[in-house]
Every structure is written in C-alpha cells, then in structure tokens.
Ligand binder design. Structure first.
Ligand SMILES: [Zn+2]
Length: 247
C-alpha cells in the first residue's frame, strides 16, 4: 500500500492540470525532435526522451524556472519549444539546446566533430560543415538558392561575404555552454553588416534592416536565424531542423 502511494506521488498523475499540459507539450516536443534527429533518439516515454545510447532527458522538469537563462543552462525537453519561433514576438526561441542530443548527433568532442566536417564552397569561400543529420546537405541547398538570389540582386552579396565562419570549438561568452559553432552546424555571415544585442538594444531596427530574402532561404532548409532572438545576433544561422515548418 505504502509503495503504491510513493509511486503515485512521483507519477505524472500527481501533477497539477497546468503541469500535465506541460508534460504533454514535453512529449509532443520529444516526438518532433525524434522526427528531426531520427538516428539519435530511440524513444519518447511518458517521462523521458531516450537517446540512442540510452541516456535520458526529462520531458518536463517541474522545478525548472521558465526564463531563457534557466532553460538554456539546464533544459528539459519542453524548454526547446517553450518559446515559439518566428511568430513576430521578441523571444529567444532556439537558444535552449539539448547538449546530449547535439553531442550524440554531431560529435561529443572537438576531435569527433572534426571527423564529421566536410569542406564546401560558399560562393567562392571555403567553409566546413557537419555531414550528420542532413546539416551539410541543407547548407548546400542554401548555397544554390543564395547563388540564384545574388544573380538577381547582386547588392545582397555584401551581407554574405566574407562569411565570418562556421566551425569553431568554443563556449558561448559568459557561459559554460558550447556554441552551435562547436558542432559545425552554424554559420556567421559578414560581420560588417550584422548587429548584436550587446552592441545596441534596438531590436526593431536590427530585425527590419536585414534582408528578409536571405533569412527565408536559410529558414526554408531547417535553419533558425539569430536575428529573431531577443538577444539578437543577425549574422548567425544555425541548423535546427526541429523548427522547420513542414507544410
Ligand atoms: Zn554564430
């Protein structure tokens, strides 16, 4: 009898209705991630996302604060989609990353990531990108689309070239977390025409002054744009297929 009670206390049924809905959202998030990282995720149980190496990530952590810093430093699965991406709202959608998932997909160490990098020709500039999980192929498709775009609108080329880079094994400044560049799944375009939240706080200015054609091309292939973040970084594009609109 006592054992059953203890079980009940820790089971999802003991949660408040709001928390049950968060748990359901966490499970839906797990299913979306499973579609986007099919080789890395084995299963979505009632409480956990289960990685292909059997490590588990909580779907919903009831003790976690729902601000971006808490969710980015200690994310549950719900954190990934807690903020909606590209809904015209200032937020930090995509800045919470599940590191065990990124590591199992793209490489756990600098050496492992480097083994997965392949050279590509970015409009005449050599860059490297991760071949796992469709990242490299998506970037190649983007390059083809960008080539067509700058044939039509050569004035946009300056936003792209020279790109500031892709792979760089480094932590996000002021944090203990690795940047998406550490996995070879992000690109920074020309820094000269970019804006960063630490330089000024004018979100409206940076959002509306960057060429939307470039952003749309990246987003059409499963990349998110750092210019949509409240802590914006307009030259930054990152392969995050879980945010791709599938119509
Ligand atoms: Zn970047």
């Amino acid at each position: 009898m006592k054992k059953k009670f203890v079980f009940f206390l820790f089971s999802p049924l003991f949660l408040y209705p709001k928390e049950i809905s968060f748990l359901e959202k966490g499970k839906n998030a797990c299913f979306i991630l499973q579609k986007s990282y099919p080789e890395s995720i084995k299963n979505c149980s009632d409480e956990f996302l289960i990685l292909s190496d059997d490590r588990k990530i909580l779907l919903y952590d009831s003790l976690l604060k729902r601000d971006i810093e808490s969710m980015a430093s200690n994310p549950d699965v719900l954190s990934v989609f807690y903020f909606p991406y590209n809904q015209g709202i200032k937020n930090d959608a995509g800045r919470a990353r599940l590191y065990p998932l990124l590591e199992i997909t793209y490489g756990k160490t600098k050496k492992e990531v480097q083994k997965n990098l392949k050279k590509l020709d970015f409009l005449g500039q050599t860059l490297f990108f991760n071949i796992k999980n469709g990242a490299y192929n998506a970037f190649q498709k983007i390059i083809l689309k960008l080539k067509k775009l700058i044939q039509k609108k050569p004035e946009l080329k300056k936003y792209l070239l020279p790109a500031a880079g892709t792979f760089s094994y480094r932590k996000i400044s002021g944090t203990d977390r690795y940047s998406a560049h550490s996995f070879g799944i992000a690109v920074d375009l020309n820094v000269k025409y970019s804006d960063y939240w630490l330089w000024h706080k004018d979100w409206e200015k940076q959002t509306y002054s960057y060429p939307v054609e470039i952003v749309k091309i990246f987003e059409s292939e499963g990349f998110i744009w750092g210019g949509r973040w409240e802590h914006f970084d307009t030259m930054h594009f990152e392969y995050r297929p879980e945010f791709q609109k599938k119509d």
